[in-house]
Design a protein around this ligand. Structure first.
Ligand code: MG
Length: 383
């Protein structure tokens, strides 16, 4: 005998506190308290913790090098389900774990009182409470969305309507160093299919690329980090790079130089992708026509929903999408990977740089990330 509607919904967990029972033939007769959503039973509690990520290689910062990085994990707890989120930091932008914690603490009372099913409105309201660029927003948004996915029993890629089998190879960044050290790094990057290098617009830029290109036939992506100032010089360099295995240029000019970026894009044999010029969806429209693509990062957008909105908007305006990251665990990277099927370029090497990823579920294989088929972000803490 087949299940009746009530039994079916009960099995799905949709019938608890008198929620959702459409009267037979009752179109238009749904009462205001009969909402189609799994019931929320307990109050939310939100916790956070600072974690220390040990790096495989010292990481160059303005005042020297660092052996570790501090990120903040956020947990949205409700009804026996824990949603996980993470904040990674752009140290150069003055971000750090302490600042993130103070922002998380500021947002916790808001997150604890709102209806989690209104997650779209929540992310809008958070932007009003905390307008600045903040990884704390990303951590809370991702924790809530992980909880939503788990509550629905659905991986987030499925929630967004995406095919997880559509994977994209990620690039792996090699720091600029002495020629000897760089040779060593290229060797160590054996398992990655694409090399990324950050250049500073200095005299040795060509040497760096030649060194890498001489050692490997892998495609090279060049991140100029706003270093070029002159468009005529830039096009000469880009044309040269195109003959040296370079496949893409990231953020060639300082943020205000949109016209020069558009000029370069018209002439460039390689795709030009904006990074620092793009934080949220508000930055997308003005770049239309000036770049081939935009680098979207959860720590810039403030979470998954805004990142998704940015992708839709960028693609609508004829731009391709790159997904980028900070130094982070597979919690934040799993979140970004939920949107991987929408990306043309992926630069998610964060978890590959650290020795003590506390999570499992996201697997790196054949040069790309493979998502777990479990609900939400699909990750769990290693025991
Ligand atoms: Mg960049």
């Amino acid at each position: 005998m087949s299940m009746n509607r009530k039994e079916f919904l009960k099995r799905l967990g949709f019938l608890g506190a008198g929620v959702f029972l459409t009267p037979a033939g009752g179109l238009g007769s749904v009462k205001s308290d009969e909402i189609f959503q799994p019931p929320v039973i307990e109050k939310a509690t939100i916790e956070y913790e600072k974690i220390r990520l040990e790096l495989f290689h010292p990481w160059t910062i303005t005042r020297g090098t660092a052996q570790y990085k501090e990120n903040v994990l956020v947990y949205y707890k409700r009804d026996g389900i824990i949603g996980i989120g993470e904040a990674g930091h752009m140290t150069a932008a003055g971000q750090n774990a302490e600042r993130t914690i103070s922002e998380v603490v500021r947002l916790i009372p808001f997150y604890e009182k709102v209806n989690p099913w209104e997650f779209y409105t929540i992310s809008e309201q958070v932007r009003e409470l905390l307008p600045d660029l903040s990884p704390a927003k990303a951590a809370l948004d991702v924790a809530l969305m992980d909880w939503i996915g788990k509550k629905l029993g659905m991986p987030l890629y499925q929630f967004f309507g995406l095919n997880p089998n559509k994977t994209v190879d990620t690039s792996f960044t090699i720091g600029v160093d002495t020629i000897e050290v760089m040779k060593q790094k290229v060797k160590e990057a054996e398992v990655y299919k694409i090399i990324k290098v950050k250049l500073a617009g200095k005299d040795n830029d060509r040497d760096v690329i030649q060194t890498i290109h001489a050692m490997t036939s892998k495609p090279i992506r060049v991140d100029m980090n706003q270093a070029w100032q002159n468009k005529e010089k830039a096009i000469i360099e880009v044309e040269w790079m195109a003959k040296q295995g370079v496949e893409m240029i990231e953020q060639p000019f300082p943020i205000p130089m949109i016209d020069e970026t558009g000029w370069l894009k018209q002439r460039s044999p390689l795709p030009i992708v904006a990074d620092e010029s793009v934080e949220t969806s508000h930055d997308i429209a003005k770049l239309a026509g000036a770049v081939h693509g935009v680098n979207i990062k959860l720590m810039k957008s403030g979470g998954l929903l805004e990142a998704y909105r940015m992708i839709i908007l960028a693609q609508t305006l004829g731009m391709d999408v790159m997904l980028g990251c900070m130094i982070e665990t597979s919690a934040a990277t799993s979140a970004a990977c939920q949107l991987q099927p929408l990306a043309k370029w992926v630069d998610l090497d964060g978890p590959l740089l650290i020795q003590n990823d506390p999570f499992q579920g996201l697997v790196f294989q054949d040069g790309h990330w493979i998502l777990s088929r479990k609900p939400g972000l699909g990750i769990t803490k290693k025991s």
